[in-house]
Design a protein around this ligand. Structure first.
Ligand code: UD1
Ligand code: MG
Length: 449
């Protein structure tokens, strides 16, 4: 096994994003681009990952540490080109790995298999291996110049002749280097080019000058989409959504209208899950076997138990834990609450910071009043309880097992087990008073037509 070091370049300014956020933190499928790249590096078997960030990109460094605590972060003080960026990680290069793979933090859709493909020529003696692709429009990309089956050079567009610009095979930005030769090659790269930058792409010509071979591999264009603008971010999102939908379908999920379902990279489904049209899954969702997510639901950070039914028009927010067979119906919002097996909340309710025991029924229009304007408070409802329609539970409050709350109650005090709680004004009927009231109210008005 050859030991792999992956260096992720993430010092880009991303000026074309017109954003206050570093480019590589923009998300696709609910996850920052740089995190996708780290995932791929780890899935490809990296023994070590190094990330090069810009001088003011503390937020990028923090995200890197969150996703991959063992990754080393290096700061590129001045943005002097891609080879210069790689050399910012000199300390880790000096440690000596067999293979070094350079990835870009703004190219999030590469698959781990493609890293294997890129590394293969190194095992056969090449010093440099470059990933090529054929974009619809090659403008802006470096061109791979191949002669007699060998990669001879990469020419940046700004430095290319007319004939070189006509080449369709472009540099995707991924490069593998023989670890033993990497520093010798990188240190020989100069900045005599149109942008006065140290181009990583020059590694090809330098390696050849040292008598070593360079190779080119090819990947599908959609795998190496680089994100420099919001339009490209949307393009990457669309490609990734397509992949995630396919993965869900392949794992036995029914997506009635796949194009209308939006997934996160970490959305996890059991068998025989059915997802109706127009459903959005944010990060951190797990849906167990046999559950159904009905149309127009928005689900994030939630766990949906076996056979549960959610929606239509339901919202599950982070910390929603739905047990087996739970029903959450239309216009219901659940946040940070555990609903034990068999609980039903079928209509127009908000359940937040709560726990609800097994088989309890929550009537239409129930609200847990969890916020007093300063703090959040918990509502605890036992098993087999009945919460009457349009009840307000003013937290902190506890309702015992089997309790019965009368419709329209405002529950401010704890309700013991098996008690009937009625928290509303008593009704009074005044016979004959309706017409007298009308007469009084209409006095002096013109008669209705
Ligand atoms: C680069 C390649 C080009 C390739 C294209 C693919 C070079 C010289 N050119 O061009 O052949 O077709 O990518 O998208 O490599 N970065 C740093 N520090 C720097 C400069 C860049 O970290 O000083 C990072 C950027 O954040 C980005 C990546 O390196 O993630 C590529 O830099 P960018 O300026 O986008 O290069 P391109 O002009 O797109
Ligand atoms: Mg770029």
């Amino acid at each position: 096994m050859r030991q792999l070091l992956v260096i992720v370049l993430a010092a880009g300014e991303g000026t074309r994003m017109l954003s206050d956020m570093p480019k590589v933190l923009h998300q696709v499928a609910g996850r920052p681009m740089v995190s996708h790249v780290l995932d791929v590096a780890l899935a490809a078997g990296a023994a070590q990952v190094a990330v090069v960030v810009g001088p003011d990109h503390e937020r990028v460094a923090a995200e890197v540490r969150r996703v991959s605590p063992s990754a080393e972060v290096f700061v590129q003080e001045q943005r002097r080109g891609t080879a210069h960026a790689v050399l910012s990680a000199r300390a880790v290069l000096e440690r000596g790995y067999d293979d070094v793979v350079v990835m870009y933090g703004d190219t999030p859709l590469v698959r781990p298999e493609t890293i294997d493909l890129l590394r293969a020529p190194l095992a056969e003696g090449a010093a440099v291996s470059v990933l090529g692709f054929r974009p619809e429009s090659p403008a802006g990309y470096g061109r791979l110049l191949v002669a007699n089956g060998e990669l001879v050079a990469i020419r940046e567009e700004k430095d290319a002749s007319e004939a070189e610009r006509a080449v369709g095979l472009c540099n995707a930005g991924l490069m593998a280097l023989d670890g033993a030769a990497a520093l010798a090659i990188l240190d020989r790269i100069g900045d005599a080019n149109a942008k006065r930058e140290f181009y990583l792409t020059d590694a090809v010509e330098v390696a050849r000058a040292l008598g070593r071979a360079a190779a080119a591999c090819e990947a599908a264009a959609e795998e190496v989409v680089g994100v420099n603008s919001r339009a490209q971010l949307a393009e990457a999102e669309a490609i990734l959504q397509q992949r995630l939908r396919q993965r869900a379908l392949d794992s036995g999920v029914t997506l009635v209208a796949p194009q209308t379902v939006f997934l996160s990279a970490d959305t996890s489904f059991g068998r025989d899950v059915i997802v109706e049209p127009n459903v959005f899954f944010g990060p951190g969702v797990r849906v167990e076997d046999g559950a159904t997510i009905r149309a127009f639901s928005h689900v994030e950070g939630a766990h949906v138990g076996q056979g549960a039914i959610v929606g239509p028009f339901a919202r599950l927010r982070p910390g929603a834990e739905l047990g087996q067979g739970v029903h959450v119906g239309n216009f219901v919002e659940i946040k940070a609450s555990e609903l034990a097996p068999g609980v039903k909340v079928n209509h127009l309710s908000y359940v937040g910071d709560s726990s609800v025991g097994a088989n309890t029924n929550i009537g239409a229009g129930t609200i847990t009043c969890n916020y007093d304007g300063f703090r959040k408070h918990r509502t605890t409802i036992g098993a087999n309880a009945f919460v009457g329609t349009n009840s307000l539970l003013v937290a902190p409050v506890t309702v015992g097992d089997g309790a019965y709350l009368a419709t329209g109650s405002v529950i401010t005090d704890d309700v013991p087990e098996d008690a009937l709680a009625i928290g509303r004004a008593r009704q009074v009927n005044k016979p004959g008073l309706a017409s007298r009231l009308r007469a009084r109210l209409s006095a002096g008005l013109a008669p209705k037509k």
